[in-house]
Ligand binder design. Sequence first.
Ligand SMILES: *Cc1c(COP(=O)(O)O)cnc(C)c1O
Length: 233
Amino acid sequence: MNTGKYSSESPLAQRLARIRRRIGEALHAAGRQDDVTLVAVGKTWPAGALLEAWRLGIRHFGENYLQEALAKQQALGHCDITWHFIGPIQSNKTRAIATHFHWVHTVDRLKIARRLSQQRPEWLAPLNVCIQVNVSGEASKAGVAPEAAAELAAAIRELPNLRLRGLMTIPAPAADFDAQRRPFRQLRQLRDALGLEDLSMGMSADLEAAVQEGATLVRIGSALFGPRQPRRG
Ligand SMILES: *Cc1c(COP(=O)(O)O)cnc(C)c1O
């Protein structure tokens, strides 16, 4: 594709085209026939930026901070959007998360899963959840250890208002492509062992590695919206 030809497009449109190309090339390199869901991560970006992305065809949005997300959901109430919660979950936020999101990627404790199930409004479809796994064991304290994932998955499967979809991880930054792929491969093997469908993995810096290892959802922020804005409040 000749990007010069598209210079009249907005910067966001150009960045989106570039991300789609990166995903397409990684799918091709992996010999994959299926597709990847692009989840646009809007943290720190205003509703107007999300609206522009929506007009360009993005339908999945990920948010890390509840209050910020609720304000944007209100502003974008007229848009058909699938909302993904991808931030750390405090117990006192589960009711709002269970009410206002379609997916939660960051479940790593049974207590939180139970609350999400109990608090999911009965008029809504079951909440889609991914278990966050700390595969490489260093990126952050969030995520269940790989050895504990099977037990958590079995318990979540018993919860009536959750639908366990897959696994999610945020690995530590890695120096090269092979090192990037390693934790994603571990997550895929664990997903296969648990008989699950989805893999939420890959961000702006490592989406090719994630797609090559089988990501079904990639979570892209800065490569789409530009460098992060300072957070207010
Ligand atoms: C911020 C964030 C992303 C997106 O990160 P980028 O590097 O900006 O693409 C993805 N997942 C989670 C959990 C995040 O917090």
